[in-house]
Design a protein around this ligand. Structure first.
Ligand code: EPU
Length: 423
């Protein structure tokens, strides 16, 4: 079990560059399967989820090089339309191969996918979209078995405004005959990135960034070159890291318009920061007094991202007064508050969606666990702000989504060391 040892208490200082988005890069790797031509993706984060996705792609017939965050990938022929169980179980985005495999081979069998342990994660949005575009579902239990004799454009309502469900629909619609209209489409920056890529591949897409997206399928989808959108969750994580350690940090490669609700909450707290839209930078300044926020509520984009709620909860521990976090997307994603209690924070889980956090708390270093990717990151932020030593276990979760996390924090003056199992 690899863990981090953190010596807290030092304000972070300096500049940090945000990597390309995990949640854009993963579906874009699957998108490359829609064509037999070469596809080039820049700014692909070198994280374990990307490596798993690439190894699935290789099993299915791709050849690729991945150097300095540039991925050159080509799948001249699809060798198999089935994904191995142990790989599918590792990540939910194995689902993203459904549409491309159906397009290329007319059939696919994918084991029910895995992913972060954050509540029920059904796949009806994917199946509903694929069925609507002409696929036939034969099984959808522990194994998903689909066939399709070509996709046909249609009107699709995306179940629960699902993010990856919308991406599956975009990939299928790009390859479909005729026009598809997606209603209740998710609009997150990574979904927009997938839409931009299918456009580069030859589909015509209107309404990118809105909840109604119209796609005119292309007869033949082509290769493309694309720079992955900056990871707005990583960006927000570093903004919070700077503020919670009372540091002075410049976050580079950030699209400030992706995080409007974060800025709104920071204004309510009285946090000092400066947005530089054209330079794609944000600078956070040491802020001694932060006021509580009545309720920080997650929601679908452009609302506050669920993936940033755990890091935000750590910042709320430093705010004066009682704040409330309200998780609307998942029903069991508040366990990190139990870990925060171990570090001296007064919190209470009110129900499966809501918790209160009493601040300002004097964070004390302690052994804590990562419950999922974002909860693990939150523990690292708490450790950096705490007095004394914090040990964060199960950090394989963090490796799934943050590129060189400890290197970036060390460059900002944080004291954080990776301890391997046998060390
Ligand atoms: N839902 C359904 N039916 C479906 C799909 C989803 O009821 O068919 C429900 C889920 O139960 C959940 C909600 O809708 O309550 C949202 O699920 P969604 O499908 O939108 O999530 P996802 O596509 O599986 C992506 C991100 C997650 C992020 C969510 C919400 C990727 C690869 N993953 O998941 O990222 O939390 O959207 O924004 O894009 C992370 O990066 O740490 C992470 C978990």
């Amino acid at each position: 079990m690899t863990r981090y040892l953190i010596e807290g208490g030092a304000p972070l200082k300096g500049r940090v560059r945000v990597s390309g988005s995990k949640n854009a890069a993963l579906p874009l790797i699957a998108a490359t399967f829609l064509t037999d031509e070469e596809c080039v993706l820049h700014d692909v984060p070198d994280i374990s989820d990307v490596r798993v996705m690439l190894s699935i792609a290789e099993d299915l017939g791709s050849t690729y090089t991945f150097e300095n965050n540039t991925l050159r990938i080509r799948t001249p022929e699809v060798k198999s339309s089935e994904i191995a169980l142990e790989k599918a179980r590792k990540l939910r985005t194995s689902l993203m191969f459904l549409a491309p495999l159906l397009h290329r081979t007319g059939e696919t069998k994918i084991p029910f996918p895995g992913g972060c342990n954050i509540g029920k994660r059904p796949i009806d949005s994917h199946l509903n979209a694929l069925e609507g575009l002409g696929a036939v579902v034969h099984r959808a239990d522990d194994l998903i078995h689909l066939t399709a004799d070509g996709f046909i454009g249609n009107l699709i309502r995306i179940v629960k405004l699902s993010v990856t469900g919308t991406e599956t629909a975009l990939l299928a619609a790009a390859a479909a005959e005729g026009e598809t209209q997606l209603r209740l489409a998710a609009a997150e920056p990574h979904v927009q990135d997938v839409a931009k890529v299918v456009q580069k591949m030859g589909a015509q897409v209107e309404g990118i960034g809105t909840n109604v997206v119209t796609i005119q399928g292309a007869k033949k989808l082509t290769g493309f070159e694309h720079r992955v959108t900056p990871d707005y969750i990583e960006a927000g994580t570093f903004v919070i890291a700077g503020l919670v350690t009372k540091g002075n940090v410049v976050i580079e490669n950030i699209d400030v318009d992706h995080l409007d609700v974060l800025w709104e909450y920071l204004d309510q707290m009285g946090a000092k920061y400066e947005l530089r839209r054209d330079a794609m930078e944000v600078e956070v300044f040491p802020t001694d007094y932060l006021s509580h926020v009545d309720r920080v509520r997650s929601g679908v984009y452009p609302d506050f991202p669920t993936d940033l709620l755990a890091p935000m909860a750590v910042l709320l521990t430093q705010c004066d007064g009682i704040s409330r976090v309200f998780e609307t997307v998942y029903e069991s994603r508040l366990n990190y508050t139990i870990e925060l209690e171990k570090m001296g924070v007064k919190t209470e889980i009110l129900n499966s969606h809501e918790a209160i956090i009493v601040g300002p708390a004097k964070l004390q270093g302690n052994p804590v666990a990562s419950w999922d990717l974002r909860a693990g990151t939150a523990m690292v932020l708490a450790g950096l702000a705490a007095e004394g030593k914090t040990e964060v276990s199960n950090i394989y979760w963090i490796d799934r989504g943050y590129e060189r996390f400890e290197d970036k924090l060390t460059a900002l003056g944080g004291t954080i060391t990776r301890i391997e199992e046998d060390a």
